[in-house]
Design a binder for this molecule. Structure first.
Ligand code: NAI
Ligand code: MG
Length: 345
C-alpha cells in the first residue's frame, strides 16, 4: 500500500547475523498486516566495507527525519579499528535512554527456572566512559575520562520514574558505585533522589553495582525497574538477559526526545553469522516495543502472544534455546501461530 498514509521506518540490517534476523523480523511485522515503507540504511562494518563512514551522515539524517528506526547489531573491532557505530548513533541522535526489559518466558528455562523475573533496565546511553575520551600520556599509561552531567542524569532518572509509573511498576532502583566514584556517580545519585521526590507513589532505593550483580543472580525477583549509567547498564543488561534465557531473547529501545531506535541487546554474533541459525526473537521483541511506541498495541500484542506460544510449545526453537530450527523455520512458525490468532479474533 503506497500513498501518503504509509509510514516510513528506517531499517539498518547491520552486520553478522543482523541481515538474517532483520529479514525475519520484518516478515513477522508485516504478517500482522502492518504496512510501512522500509528505508534501508547503512551502519557499522558493512558501511565501512562500502567505503562509507561507520555511521554515514545520510543514516543519521534519515533517522532524524523519520523519527523511527529498527536496527540490527553492528560489529565493532576490539582495540584499533573504527569506533562503535552504536555509540556514534546514540550520541548523534541523542538517544539518551536505553530501555531493556528482561522477562522470563513460559517454556524457556533459564538458569533459575523457578523464579519469575520481570525487570526493566534503563541505561543512560550517551555519557559515562562511553564518551570515548581516551588518551595515552605515556607509552605505558592509558587513561579514559568518565563524563557524567547533571542534565544527563536528570533526564534519565525522570524518564525512569515516568516509565515505571506508565507501566504500573512499583519500585525504581538506582544502580551505582558512588562509594568509589563520589563525584560522578554521586551526581547521578543526587539526581536520582530528586526524581524520586517527584514520584512519591513509587518506591525508590539504591544499590551498589557489584552487590546488584550478586543479588540479581540469587534473588532476581526482588528487582523491578533499574536505572543506571551507561557502563553498568551495559553489563547488568547482559546479566539479566542470561537470567531469562540468553541474549537471543533480550530486546531494547534507544529513546531520544525526537526519535527512537529499536534494537536487540546482543551483538552481531560473528560465530554463527551466515549459518541461518540465529534466534531472531530479541529483534522481534524490539519490534514489539517499536509497535507499542507508535500506538500499534494490538499488532504488538499479537506478535508477543505468537512468540510466547512457539516458545511454550518448545518444538520449533533455535539452537540457543536448545532446539534445532533454523531462523527461517522458527520465523515461519511464529507467523503460522499469528495467522491462527488472526483467525480466532
Ligand atoms: P554477541 O552478543 O554478538 O554474542 C555473544 C554470544 O551470544 C555468541 O556466542 C553469539 O553466538 C550468541 N548470540 C548473540 N545473539 C544471538 C542470537 N540472536 N541468536 C543466537 N545466539 C546469539 O557479543 P560479542 O561476540 O561480544 O560481540 C560481537 C560483535 O557485536 C562485536 O563486534 C561487538 O562490538 C558487537 N556488538 C554490537 C552490539 C549492537 O550493535 N547493538 C551490541 C553488542 C555487541
Ligand atoms: Mg552490550
Amino acid at each position: 500500500m503506497k500513498g501518503m498514509s504509509t509510514r516510513r521506518i528506517a531499517v539498518i540490517p547491520g552486520d553478522g547475523i543482523g541481515p538474517e534476523i532483520m529479514d525475519a523480523t520484518l516478515a513477522v511485522i508485516e504478517s500482522t498486516g502492518f504496512s510501512a515503507e522500509w528505508v534501508y540504511l547503512d551502519a557499522g562494518l558493512s558501511a565501512i566495507e562500502k567505503g562509507k563512514a561507520a555511521v554515514p551522515p545520510e543514516t543519521i539524517e534519515t533517522i532524524r527525519e523519520l523519527g523511527l528506526a529498527i536496527k540490527g547489531p553492528t560489529t565493532t573491532p576490539s582495540s584499533g579499528g573504527h569506533s562503535s557505530a552504536n555509540v556514534q548513533l546514540r550520541k548523534a541522535l541523542d538517544l539518551f535512554a536505553n530501555v531493556r526489559p528482561a522477562r522470563t518466558l513460559p517454556g524457556v528455562v533459564g538458569p533459575f527456572d523457578d523464579k519469575k523475573i520481570d525487570i526493566i533496565i534503563i541505561r543512560e546511553n550517551t555519557e559515562d566512559l562511553y564518551a570515548g575520551i581516551e588518551y595515552q600520556p605515556h607509552p605505558d599509561v592509558a587513561q579514559a575520562i568518565k563524563v557524567i552531567t547533571r542534565p544527563g542524569c536528570q533526564r534519565l532518572c525522570e524518564y525512569g520514574f515516568d516509565l515505571a509509573k506508565r507501566q504500573g511498576r512499583k519500585r525504581v532502583t538506582a544502580v551505582h558505585k558512588a562509594n568509589i566514584m563520589k563525584l560522578t556517580d554521586g551526581m547521578f545519585l543526587e539526581e536520582f533522589w530528586k526524581a524520586a521526590s517527584h514520584h512519591p507513589d513509587l518506591i525508590a532505593d539504591e544499590i551498589i553495582v557489584d552487590n546488584c550483580c550478586m543479588q540479581l543472580v540469587i534473588k532476581p525477583e526482588r528487582f523491578d525497574v533499574l536505572v543506571t549509567e551507561n557502563l553498568y547498564g551495559d553489563i547488568v543488561s547482559d546479566l539479566c538477559a542470561g537470567l531469562v534465557g540468553g541474549l537471543g531473547l533480550a530486546p531494547g529501545a534507544n529513546i531520544g526526545v525526537n526519535c527512537a531506535v529499536f534494537e536487540a541487546v546482543h551483538g552481531s554474533a560473528p560465530d554463527i553469522a551466515g549459518k541461518g541459525i540465529a534466534n531472531p526473537t530479541a529483534l522481534v521483541f524490539s519490534a514489539v516495543l517499536m509497535l507499542h511506541h507508535i500506538g500499534e498495541h494490538e499488532k504488538a500484542q499479537r506478535i508477543m502472544i505468537a512468540v510466547l506460544r512457539v516458545c511454550a510449545e518448545g518444538k520449533i526453537l533455535t539452537g540457543d534455546l536448545g532446539g534445532y530450527a533454523t531462523t527461517k523455520e522458527y520465523t515461519a512458525e511464529v507467523i503460522r501461530q499469528m495467522d491462527g490468532l488472526a483467525a480466532a479474533v
